[in-house]
Design a protein around this ligand. Structure first.
Ligand code: AGP
Length: 610
């Protein structure tokens, strides 16, 4: 996944391009580049490395012009190198392209273009776009030349093009990767996502798949791949600019961990009536009859969102008595799933752009299943592809390691399970009122739990030298064990494994020795005694145990080396609280290890390629 930014207006473009790319750096950061048009002449500057490296290059050799495009890369085709960094030029160096996505038929196009005399400089798929547009520019204007070129392309793209032939315009197009046009006063912005333009304008147009835009400081014209004009409405974004900034925290990840109580409040807001049992999901787009007709639920997602799906499986079976299962999106889409019009497929995705999750939704729709997306980005692709969408109102999640998106996903899933339980007559009004009341208590309990941050930081100090770690849980504690392990892997690069505690004796217990820290979710509930037994098995083999336990639990004290207590709540809601210490543990271990928290190596915030 990569980041694209563009500016056209009456000010120098370069500062906007650099600032915009910095906001997009979490989308990919192995190389970066910019291009501007100044008095009809094209100027390009690019390099391997981060935006800060590009900034140093530009300080020595700035480029001028009131129109420009920029790109920060997460390599898919062609290793990170100067030649493979964007923008890419045509043969005459009269036009440049920046691109996010994958041109699947690029080899075939490259062969055809080379046979017609085009000379390629890079190993990327993107460069074929520059040469295709160059060819079509012979007979067409830039807008039409880009459109015609894209008719020959298979794959995903969000792209921007500028050319010396039409120096006042940026042509942009999208299919499968996000792209947004921001409308300022006599200036326009183009970006891969909202935080990059939010400080300049909240008035945006979301390009949809198969749409192209011709952007000048005066106007934005939009057409489809057919060439037919498309009218789009402006969307007004209410996020305030600093909500996309760090807000005084050292890293976005820590800020977003602390934002969780309010993010959960905002996700609940407007959906429940605290003093009654009513739940509203207007955007669900399912009638009560359609809800009652559902006889099976399939959750599909990737990574952390898949862990939310595991909790969803428990909650839908427990609260709505609906047979449920969870599928990795990449597996689901190729598995020839046995689903039909009575199956509800719930796709969970923070970004709304994850390629595998999108493809899973398309697969489900092709088999007549109803599809709902649980998503954090308004207007993202999945929000427009699924039959219904329920937004987590967590605000922008910039840290690559997902935190507030996860707990707000769990919040939505809990409310959906309640709604389905009520519509199916499994839960009566009194039960619903009580379960909603318990949910509304969670943010305040989470704020209380966050006060134990210094204790968790101290535990992190001890674990920061570990080379491996095990996370164990039972029931809903198992998905949280998986999530805690993923957080640690992602940000600290320590190999960590989440495992069902009961499975330890079937092999993994061989791993236990004094060098193996074991984090155990030992929460109050009907599996508590069994989990105590698992802790004793670990202790008997010299393992060190860090227990996440329910406040007031005294039995756990003599069995664990470290204990992190979480406030008491009902068993269905305990995952929302239990995950927070594990997020903080991973964060502080990574800080002690000097890792790059918000942009871990090899990762990107949203994986928009297969
Ligand atoms: C989570 O911390 C990871 N960054 C990753 O597993 C992520 O959850 C996964 O890529 C899915 O992303 P999505 O929710 O945007 O679809």
């Amino acid at each position: 996944m990569c980041g694209i930014f563009g500016y056209v207006g009456y000010k120098e473009a370069l500062p906007f391009l650099v600032e915009g790319l910095k906001k997009l750096e979490y989308r990919g950061y192995d190389s970066a580049g910019v291009a501007t048009l100044d008095k009809g002449k094209l100027f390009v500057s690019k390099c391997v490395g981060k935006i800060s490296d590009l900034e140093s290059l530009l300080q020595q050799k700035p480029i001028a012009g009131e129109i420009g495009i920029g790109h920060t890369r997460w390599a898919t085709h062609g290793q990170p190198s100067h030649l493979n960094s964007h923008p890419h030029e045509d043969c005459r160096s009269e036009l440049v392209v920046v691109h996010n996505g994958i041109i699947e038929n690029y080899m075939e196009l490259r062969q055809e273009l080379s046979a017609r005399g085009h000379k390629f400089k890079s190993a990327t798929d993107t460069e074929v776009l520059a040469h295709l547009i160059e060819e079509n520019l012979e007979a067409e204007g830039l807008f039409s030349a880009v459109r015609k070129s894209l008719l020959a392309v298979r794959g995903s793209y969000a792209l921007a093009v500028i050319s010396e032939r039409e120096p006042g315009k940026i042509v942009a197009a999208r299919h499968g990767s996000p792209l947004i046009v921001g409308h300022g006063e006599d200036e326009k912005f183009l970006a891969s996502d909202i935080p990059a333009i939010l400080k300049y304008t909240g008035k945006v147009i979301y390009l949809d798949n198969g749409e192209l835009a011709e952007i000048s400081s005066e106007e934005t014209r939009i057409i489809g791949l057919s060439g037919k004009s498309v009218s789009k409405k402006l969307t007004f974004i209410s996020w305030d600019p600093e909500s996309a900034e760090k807000g005084g925290y050292s890293h976005f990840m820590l800020k977003e961990i602390h934002e969780q109580p309010n993010a959960i409040r905002k996700t609940i807001e407007g959906r429940v009536e605290a003093d009654s049992h009513k739940i509203h999901f207007d955007e669900l787009n399912l009638t009560d009859e359609e809800i009652r007709r559902v006889n099976r639920v399939v959750f599909t997602a990737c990574g952390t969102s898949w862990h939310a799906g595991l909790i969803g499986e428990y909650l839908f079976e427990q609260l709505a008595k609906l047979p449920s299962e969870v599928e990795y999106a990449a597996e689901f889409r190729y598995r020839n799933p046995i689903i039909d019009e009575n199956t509800l497929v719930i796709a969970i995705t923070q970004s709304g752009e994850t390629a595998d999750t999108l493809a899973a939704v398309w697969e489900a729709k092709a088999r007549n299943a109803k599809t709902i997306a649980i998503c954090n980005v308004v207007g993202s692709t999945i929000a427009r592809e699924a039959h219904g969408v329920v937004y987590t109102n967590a605000g922008p999640e910039i840290g690559v390691a997902s935190t507030k998106a996860f707990t707000t996903q769990l919040t939505v899933i809990y409310l959906l399970a309640l709604l389905f339980g009520k519509r199916r007559g499994i839960i009566d009004d009194n039960e619903a009122t009580e379960l909603i009341r318990r949910l509304i208590e969670i943010p305040q309990k989470m704020e209380q739990l966050l006060l134990s941050e210094p204790k968790i930081e101290a535990i992190a100090e001890k674990l920061s030298k570990a080379t491996n770690a095990l996370y164990l849980g039972r029931g809903k504690g198992f998905p949280i064990a998986l999530e805690g392990a993923l957080k640690l892997k992602e940000v600290s690069y320590i190999h960590a494994e989440g495992y069902p505690a009961a499975e330890m004796k079937h092999g993994p217990i061989a791993l236990i020795d004094e060098n193996m820290p074991v984090v155990v979710l030992a929460l109050a509930g009907r599996r508590y005694d069994k989990i105590l037994g698992n802790i004793e098995e670990v202790k008997a083999r010299g393992g060190q145990v860090i227990a996440v336990a329910s406040e007031g639990d005294t039995m756990i004290t003599e069995k664990s080396d470290e204990i992190i207590y979480i406030p008491s709540t009902i068993e269905s809601l305990s995952p929302l609280l239990a995950v927070v210490p594990l997020q903080l543990l991973a964060y502080y271990i990574a800080v002690k290890r000097g890792c790059h928290i918000d942009q871990p190596r090899n990762l990107a915030k949203s994986v928009t390629v297969e």
